[in-house]
Design a protein around this ligand. Structure first.
Ligand SMILES: Nc1ncnc2c1ncn2[C@@H]1O[C@H](COP(=O)(O)OP(=O)(O)OP(=O)(O)O)[C@@H](O)[C@H]1O
Length: 609
C-alpha cells in the first residue's frame, strides 16, 4: 500500500552524502566536478538566451552602427555555440562516470548477497530488499544514477530562481508572489499525479513480475519436459492472457488520469501567463516600458514559473530517489547475524586436530511451530567418519547446516575445540569445511576452474581429485579436457554434464579444497550403482586425515562410517556402528530390513550381506 510520506531509515542529505562518498571511493570524483560544470554552463546558456533578443533589439532601437550590431550578434552566437559545445562535451563525459558509480553499488550488492549471514538469504525481508535494490540499480533511469541529474537540475533551478526573481522584482514585487502562488498550484496538480503514479507502481510491478514469470517458465529448460508432457502450454497461455488483459485495463485507467491532469495543468498555466502578460502590455502602453525590456520580462516570466516548478518537482524527485537509495542502503546495511571481521581469527591447525561438539542443540526455522532439531548432543572427534541417516524431513540437512555454521542453534551451542563458534569470524570457520550439498552449484567456467574455484589452479591436483571422484576417463576424452567450459547459457561450446557427472565434479571440488572437515549430503544420490560402489571403496582414502559427515537415506551406504546416527523427527534415536545398530533391532534395523528387501533377488537371499 502506498504511503504518502514513507519513513526512510536515511534522510535525503544522508543519501546524497552516501552517493558523493561513493563517487569519491570509486575513483569517479569527476562525476561531481563535471555535474557542477554542467549546472554552471546551463545557467550561462539560459542567461545568454534570455538576453540575446532584448540586447539586439535595444541596439537596433538605439540606431547603433551596423558593425557594432554585427559584433554584438556574433559575440552572442559565438558564446551560445561555445557553451552548447562545452555542455555537450560535459554531458558525454559524465555518463560513463555516473554508470561506474551505479556499477559500484551493484558490486557492493553482489558482495553483500554472497557474503551475508546464511539465514539472511532465506529471510523474506532481505530477499525483497535485494530484489528492489537490483531494480533500483538496473539502468540509467534508476535513482542510483539519475540522482546526479536531479541534483544538477535542482542546482540550476535554484540559482536561476534567484537571478530571475531579482530581475522581476524590478517590475513589481507582487508579480513574483502571483507567479509563486500559481506555480505552487501547478505543482500541487503534478504532485497528485505523482502520488497516483507511485501508488500504482507496486500494482504495475506485480503485473510485470507475473508476466515475466510466465514467460520465463514457458522457456525454462528445466520445465520444458513437463510443459510438453502435461500440456502445460495451454494453462500457461491462459494465465498469460488473463494477466495481460488485467494489465491493459489497469494501464487504460491510469492513462485517462494522466490526460485529465495534463489538461488541468495546461489550462491553469495559460490563465496565469495570460494575466501576467496582460500586465506587461499595460506597462508598455501606459507606463512607458520599452520594447526590449518588455521582451526581456516576457521571456523571464515564463522561465521564472518554470524555475519554481522545477525546484518543487526536483525536490519531489529527489525525495523519491532518496527513498530508492534508502532501500539499497538498507539492503547493504542489513544486520548480520554472524560475526565476521569482528570475530576471533581462526588459524588452521596443521594436524587437523579439531573437535566439534554440539551441546543441547535445538533449532527452529523462523515462523515454524515446532523445533526441527531437538536437544542434540553430539561430538565429532578428530578424524572420525560419521554417518547421519533418517527418513525425509528427519532433520539431517538442518543438522549439517548447524555443524557447518550456516545456521546458529535456537538453543544450545556448537563448540569448536571448546569455543562457541559464534565467537569466531564465520569466514574463518567456513574455511574448515569442504562439502557436496544436494543442490548443484557449478559456475560458468572451465572444469578445472570449477574444481579449484579459482583461475590459478594446480592442474596436477585438479587431475588427482577428478580421478578420485571417478570422472577422469570422461574428462580426458574431451577435446579441451580440463579447459572445457561448463554452462551452455554462457558459453556456446560448453559441455552438458549429466546429474551424476555433475555430482562427481562437485565431489572433486570438495576434495580439492582439502579442508579438515568434509561434509557429504547425499553425494551419491545421482550416481549409478557402479559409480556409487566406487565412491564407497575410495571413501577411506578420500577422507584420510579428515573428519567427515556422510548423509544418506540408503542405510547400506553408510556401513563404512565409524559411527552412525539415526535421526527421527529432529532427535537422535539410535547411535552406533552398522553392526551394533542391527543388533539393537530398533528403528535402524527395521528400516534397513525394509530397504534391503529391494536388493534381494529372491526370498531369503540378501545381496547386501
Ligand atoms: N528453510 C526452511 N524453512 C522452514 N522449514 C524448513 C526449512 N528447511 C527445512 N525445513 C523443514 O525442516 C524439516 C527438516 O528438513 P531437512 O531438510 O533438515 O530434512 P532432511 O532429513 O535433510 O530431509 P531429506 O532427506 O528429504 O533431505 C522439514 O520438515 C522441512 O520442512
Amino acid at each position: 500500500m502506498f504511503q504518502k510520506n514513507p519513513v526512510s531509515k536515511y534522510s535525503t542529505f544522508q543519501n546524497i552524502w552516501f552517493m558523493i562518498k561513493l563517487a569519491c571511493t570509486s575513483q569517479e570524483k569527476k562525476v561531481l566536478v563535471i555535474s557542477f560544470f554542467i549546472a554552471l554552463l546551463t545557467i550561462i546558456q539560459n542567461l545568454l538566451n534570455l538576453y540575446v533578443s532584448p540586447v539586439i533589439l535595444s541596439a537596433i532601437e538605439n540606431h547603433v552602427s551596423i558593425q557594432e550590431l554585427l559584433f554584438t550578434i556574433v559575440i552572442f552566437v559565438l558564446m551560445i555555440m561555445l557553451v552548447s559545445a562545452a555542455l555537450a562535451y560535459a554531458n558525454q563525459n559524465v555518463i560513463c562516470g555516473r554508470i561506474s558509480v551505479r556499477c559500484e553499488i551493484v558490486n557492493l550488492l553482489n558482495k553483500k548477497a554472497s557474503t551475508t549471514s546464511y539465514p539472511n538469504i532465506d529471510d523474506m525481508k532481505f530477499k525483497k530488499l535485494l530484489t528492489k535494490s537490483a531494480e533500483y540499480t538496473d539502468n540509467n533511469d534508476q535513482a542510483t544514477e539519475a540522482i546526479w541529474n536531479t541534483l544538477t537540475v535542482l542546482l540550476i533551478n535554484i540559482v536561476c530562481f534567484f537571478i530571475y526573481a531579482g530581475l522581476l522584482t524590478q517590475i513589481h514585487p507582487i508579480l513574483i508572489l502571483v507567479i509563486l502562488s500559481t506555480a505552487g498550484i501547478s505543482y500541487f496538480i503534478s504532485q497528485r499525479l505523482d502520488e497516483y503514479k507511485y501508488q500504482h507502481r507496486e500494482e504495475e510491478a506485480e503485473y510485470i513480475h507475473q508476466m515475466a514469470y510466465l514467460l520465463n517458465r514457458a522457456a525454462d529448460f528445466g520445465a520444458a519436459k513437463d510443459i510438453r508432457i502435461f500440456g502445460l502450454r495451454f494453462w500457461l497461455e491462459e494465465l498469460y492472457s488473463k494477466t495481460a488483459r488485467e494489465f491493459t485495463a489497469f494501464h487504460r485507467k491510469a492513462e485517462s488520469v494522466y490526460i485529465w491532469a495534463g489538461i488541468a495543468d495546461l489550462t491553469f498555466t495559460f490563465l496565469r501567463n495570460g494575466a501576467v502578460y496582460a500586465y506587461l502590455i499595460y506597462l508598455v502602453l501606459y507606463r512607458g516600458l520599452d520594447v526590449p525590456a518588455f521582451l526581456l520580462y516576457f521571456t523571464a516570466v515564463d522561465s521564472f514559473s518554470g524555475w519554481i516548478t522545477g525546484i518543487l518537482e526536483g525536490l519531489g524527485t529527489l525525495h523519491r530517489q532518496s527513498l530508492d537509495i534508502s532501500t539499497v542502503r538498507e539492503c547493504l546495511d542489513y544486520p548480520e547475524l554472524f560475526r565476521f571481521k569482528d570475530g576471533l581469527t581462526l588459524n588452521q591447525d596443521a594436524k587437523n586436530n579439531y573437535e566439534i561438539v554440539l551441546e543441547n542443540v535445538s533449532f527452529r526455522y523462523p515462523g515454524a511451530e515446532t523445533d526441527t532439531l531437538k536437544n542434540i548432543n553430539l561430538t565429532l572427534h578428530p578424524g572420525e567418519n560419521l554417518a547421519v541417516v533418517g527418513l525425509n524431513g528427519a532433520g539431517k540437512t538442518t543438522l549439517i547446516k548447524i555443524i557447518c555454521g550456516f545456521l546458529d542453534p535456537t538453543k544450545g551451542q556448537v563448540k569448536l575445540n571448546g569455543t562457541d563458534i559464534r565467537n569466531y569470524n564465520r569466514k574463518d570457520y567456513y574455511k574448515l569445511f569442504s562439502a557436496v550439498f544436494q543442490d548443484f552449484s557449478l559456475l560458468a567456467g572451465t572444469i578445472a576452474e570449477n574444481v579449484a574455484q579459482t583461475e590459478n589452479f594446480d592442474l596436477k591436483q585438479v587431475k588427482n581429485c577428478i580421478k578420485k571422484a571417478g570422472l577422469l576417463p570422461k574428462i580426458e576424452a574431451l577435446p579441451d579436457k580440463y579447459q572445457t567450459f561448463l554452462n551452455r547459457e554462457v558459453y556456446k561450446n560448453a559441455i552438458m554434464f549429466s546429474g551424476g557427472e555433475t555430482q562427481r565434479l562437485m565431489l572433486a571440488r570438495a576434495l580439492y579444497k582439502d579442508a579438515p572437515f568434509i561434509i557429504l549430503d547425499e553425494p551419491t544420490a545421482a550416481l549409478d550403482s557402479i559409480a556409487e560402489a566406487d565412491i564407497y571403496q575410495k571413501y577411506d582414502e578420500m577422507t584420510k586425515g579428515k573428519s567427515s559427515v556422510y548423509i544418506s537415506h540408503r542405510l547400506a551406504s553408510t556401513r563404512f562410517c565409524s559411527r552412525i546416527l539415526m535421526l527421527e523427527q529432529g532427535e537422535i534415536q539410535e547411535e552406533g556402528t552398522h553392526e551394533e545398530l542391527l543388533r539393537q533391532s530398533g528403528k535402524y534395523a527395521a528400516l534397513y530390513e525394509v530397504q534391503s528387501k529391494y536388493y534381494r533377488e529372491g526370498d531369503g537371499e540378501n545381496e547386501d550381506k
